[in-house]
Design a protein around this ligand. Sequence first.
Ligand code: XBP
Ligand code: MG
Length: 236
Amino acid sequence: LPQALLFDVDGTLADTERDGHRVAFNQAFQDAGLDWDWTPELYGELLAVAGGKERIKHFIETKHPTHPAQADLTAWIAGLHKAKTQHYKDLLAAGTIPLRPGVKRLIDEARDAGVRIAISTTTTPDNVYALLENALAPGSSDWFEVIAAGDVVPAKKPATDIYLYAMEKMQLQPSECLAFEDSYNGVRSSVDADIKTIITHNGYTQSHDFTGATLVLSDMGEPNAPFTVISGDAGS
Ligand code: XBP
Ligand code: MG
């Protein structure tokens, strides 16, 4: 058994992107009087850039280069993103986004076996608490020894920073950990940090390159709905 499981959040613990983050971005755009509409398809392309603030910046630079907030873009984006975070938390509080199959079982089994658990994600810390409290169990954020999230490191995934940060806080070596990810940016981050990684892919990440992953699965599976092995050896 590994000593610790390090979990990505978006796309791994829950399918938060299409019906969560994307919707919240659009609500924030509407509040601000913008006519921007991130369709599910466009959002799939924008996911190439990790981090909400970074994603908005990329969108402006590529699609709206003459946007008037250009002069103080960073502060303007921060305000817009703050509104987005509030909308996202409201969506989670409404209970619309469940955990993916097998996630709760895996976390429960890890805790029963004394395996340490932590979070390693690009998203805002508040979003992680909201998901865990609403979709896993009230008080469950305390089950995680470290919640490494968002701007706590200078470079977001695919950089290795967030995994290195979590391992440093936990005083762990990469060989003692197992990471769970769902995307190209995620697997680059964990595998480049030398951590063995299991992928559970999803609608947005099915065609991603998962080079370096130990195992690629459809999901974590439930007793009545087993997972499918996409690549790798489930016995390893
Ligand atoms: C997740 C993300 C996040 C969310 C938005 O990537 O890229 O940016 O889409 O969250 P990963 P914020 O699963 O690889 O961590 O708006 O809070 O940044
Ligand atoms: Mg992810």
